[in-house]
Design a protein around this ligand. Structure first.
Ligand code: PRP
Ligand code: URA
Length: 210
C-alpha cells in the first residue's frame, strides 16, 4: 500500500474487530465497539497534530506545556454509517466542529448517490477528518473528497474501520495528499461489492435496520 495509508492492525483492534465482525453481536455492542475503534483511529490520526505553547500551574509548580488547537478541526461523518463513529472521535476532540455528507450506494450500479451536504462555514480553513466505517469500492470516499476539495479544503484525513484493498488502492493513488487511516485491510470485494470477510452492512448493523 501507499505511504498515505496507515493500517492499525493492533492486537486490541484484532480483538475488537473479532466481536464487531461476528454476526451474533448485538446492535448495542456493535455501536460501542465502532465508537472504541474510532477513538483509536483518531488517536493515530492526531500523531502529527500541531500544539500551541502554554504555561499552566500544577498544584506543585509552574510549567511550560502544550495544548491542541481544537478549533482547527472538523469531523464529517458520511451518512448513515459514519454517524456511528462520531461519538468516539468527539470524545477525543470535543471542540471540533461537525459537518455531514449524506450518501448511499446504488445497489445495482454500486455508485454513490449524494443526498445531503452541510459543513461548517469556514470549512476551507479546517483540517477535515472524514468518517466512514467501510471503504469498499472507494466510490463514496472519492465523492466525499471531491466535494470537500471543491469547497477549498486542503487537509483531509479519512478514517475507516475496514477497507477493501481495491478501494483503498484506488483512492490512495488518486489522492496522495489525503491520509487514509484504517483499522484493518480485508481480503477482497465480492460480486455485490461487499467487503470479504468484512462485517456486513455497517449502517444496518449500527442502526438495527435489518
Ligand atoms: C456504505 C458505507 C460507505 C459505502 C462504502 O454505505 O458506509 O459509505 O457503503 O462503499 P463504497 O466504498 O463502495 O462507496 P451505504 O451505501 O450502505 O449507506 P448507509 O451508510 O446509509 O447504510
Ligand atoms: N458497505 C457496507 O456497509 N459494507 C460493505 O461491506 C461494503 C459497503
Amino acid at each position: 500500500m501507499h505511504k498515505n495509508v496507515i493500517e492499525l492492525k493492533h492486537p486490541l483492534i484484532i480483538h475488537k474487530l473479532s466481536i464487531l465482525r461476528d454476526k451474533n453481536t448485538s446492535t448495542k455492542e456493535f455501536r460501542e465497539i465502532v465508537g472504541e475503534i474510532s477513538m483509536f483511529l483518531c488517536y493515530e490520526a492526531m500523531k502529527d497534530a500541531e500544539l500551541n505553547d502554554i504555561t499552566i500551574e500544577t498544584p506543585i509548580a509552574k510549567m511550560d506545556t502544550q495544548r491542541l488547537n481544537e478549533d482547527r478541526y472538523a469531523f464529517i461523518p458520511i451518512l448513515r454509517a459514519g454517524l456511528g463513529m462520531l461519538d468516539g472521535v468527539i470524545n477525543v476532540i470535543p471542540n471540533a466542529k461537525v459537518g455531514h455528507i449524506g450518501m448511499y450506494r446504488n445497489e445495482e450500479t454500486f455508485e454513490p448517490v449524494n443526498y445531503f451536504f452541510k459543513v461548517p462555514k469556514d470549512i476551507e480553513k479546517r483540517e477535515v477528518i472524514l468518517l466512514d466505517p467501510m471503504l469498499a469500492t472507494g466510490g463514496s470516499a472519492e465523492d466525499a473528497i471531491e466535494l470537500l476539495k471543491s469547497k477549498g479544503v486542503e487537509k483531509i484525513k479519512f478514517l475507516s474501520i475496514i477497507s477493501a484493498p481495491e478501494g483503498l488502492k484506488r483512492v490512495s493513488e488518486k489522492y496522495p495528499d489525503v491520509v487514509f487511516y484504517t483499522s484493518y485491510i480485508d481480503d477482497h470485494l465480492n460480486e455485490n461489492k461487499y467487503i470479504v470477510p468484512g462485517l456486513g452492512d455497517a449502517g444496518d448493523r449500527i442502526f438495527g435496520t435489518k
